[in-house]
Write a protein that binds this ligand. Structure first.
Ligand code: R1P
Length: 271
C-alpha cells in the first residue's frame, strides 16, 4: 500500500507543484463548496493512479486544487465509505496521500443524523469529539513508523484552535453553531429507534457512517483536524421518523450557505 500511496502522491505533486495549506473532504450533498474554489487543476478520480471511484449519490469524483480565501486548498469532492465494500486502507488512502503532499491541515465535512434534541434539520455542528463504533480499526495491522506511532494519542482529535476559529467565523456571520460528539457506525442502514437510544446513552449527539477513520489516520500522522457536520435527519429512542438518502441530500443542500461561510472563515483565518 505504501508504494501506491507514494505513486499517487507523486502524480498529484507533479500536477499541482505546490504544497496546499488545507485538504478539504466534502460529505454527502456538500459538493457546492467546490464552486467557491478558484480552480487551478481539476483531476477526475478516474485519472489519478490508485484512486478508488465514488459510488454514493451526492459524492462527486473530483480532486480540485485551487485558491479559497487566498489559501491553497486541495478539495476532495466525494469520499469513500467502508459500507461501499472498501477496506479501511482504501477509505483512508486519500488522507495518507495528503500527508505525503505535505498538507498539515485537514477539514472534513459530513451529513449526520441528530440525536441531541436541541438540533434541528440543516443545523451545523462542529465535531468536538467522536466515538468510534466502526467494525474495523483503520490502524489495524503492521504500523508504518514513517507515518506515525503504533499507539496514537487521541486526547485532542479535533484541533481546538481550528474549532475556535470556526466558531468566530460563525459568530461574525450570525450563524448558530453547536459542538457535538459524532458516533461512527458502519451503515449503510440508517439507525433504528433503539440504536438511536444506544447512541444517546453512550454520549453521542449525532451519528453517521464516515469521517472517524479519516480522523484517526490523520491524527496518526499528526495532522490538525476539523470537522463540520450538517444535521440531515433526526432520531431518538422514542422517535420513529423515516429517512431517505434523498432527504439527507436536500437537508445538506439547505445548510450549504452556512457551511460555506464557516469553512471560508476557517480557511482564511487559521494559521
Ligand atoms: C447517508 O445518507 C450517507 O450520508 C452520510 C452518511 O455517512 C452516509 O454515507 O455521508 P457522509 O458521511 O459521507 O457525509
Amino acid at each position: 500500500m505504501l508504494e501506491k500511496i507514494k505513486q499517487t502522491a507523486d502524480f498529484i505533486k507533479n500536477t499541482i507543484k505546490e504544497v496546499p495549506d488545507f485538504a478539504v473532504v466534502l460529505g454527502s450533498g456538500l459538493g457546492k463548496l467546490q464552486d467557491e474554489v478558484e480552480a487551478i487543476h481539476v483531476l477526475e478520480y478516474s485519472e489519478i493512479p490508485n484512486f478508488p471511484q465514488t459510488t454514493v449519490v451526492g459524492h462527486g469524483g473530483k480532486l480540485i486544487y485551487g485558491i479559497l480565501e487566498g489559501k491553497k486548498v486541495l478539495m476532495m469532492s466525494g469520499r469513500f465509505h467502508y459500507y461501499e465494500g472498501h477496506s479501511m486502507e482504501t477509505v483512508t488512502f486519500p488522507i495518507r496521500v495528503f500527508h505525503l503532499l505535505g498538507i498539515k491541515n485537514l477539514i472534513l465535512s459530513n451529513a449526520s443524523g441528530g440525536i441531541n434534541q436541541t438540533y434541528g434539520i440543516a443545523d451545523i455542528i462542529i465535531l468536538k469529539d467522536h466515538i468510534n463504533m466502526m467494525p474495523e480499526h483503520p490502524l489495524r495491522g503492521k504500523n508504518i513508523e514513517s507515518f506515525g506511532p503504533r499507539f496514537v494519542d487521541m486526547s485532542e482529535p479535533y484541533n481546538k484552535k481550528m474549532i475556535e476559529t470556526a466558531e468566530k467565523a460563525a459568530a461574525e456571520n450570525n450563524i448558530n453553531i453547536y459542538q457535538g460528539v459524532y458516533v461512527a457506525l458502519q451503515g449503510p442502514t440508517f439507525e433504528t429507534p433503539a440504536e438511536y437510544g444506544m447512541i444517546k446513552a453512550i454520549g453521542g449527539d449525532m451519528v453517521g457512517m464516515s469521517t472517524v477513520p479519516e480522523v484517526i489516520v490523520a491524527r496518526h500522522m499528526n495532522m490538525d483536524v476539523f470537522c463540520i457536520s450538517v444535521i440531515t435527519d433526526l432520531g431518538g429512542p422514542d422517535i420513529a421518523l423515516s429517512v431517505s438518502h434523498e432527504e439527507v441530500l436536500n437537508a445538506a443542500n439547505k445548510a450549504m450557505p452556512n457551511v460555506i461561510a464557516v469553512v471560508k472563515g476557517l480557511v482564511k483565518n487559521y494559521q
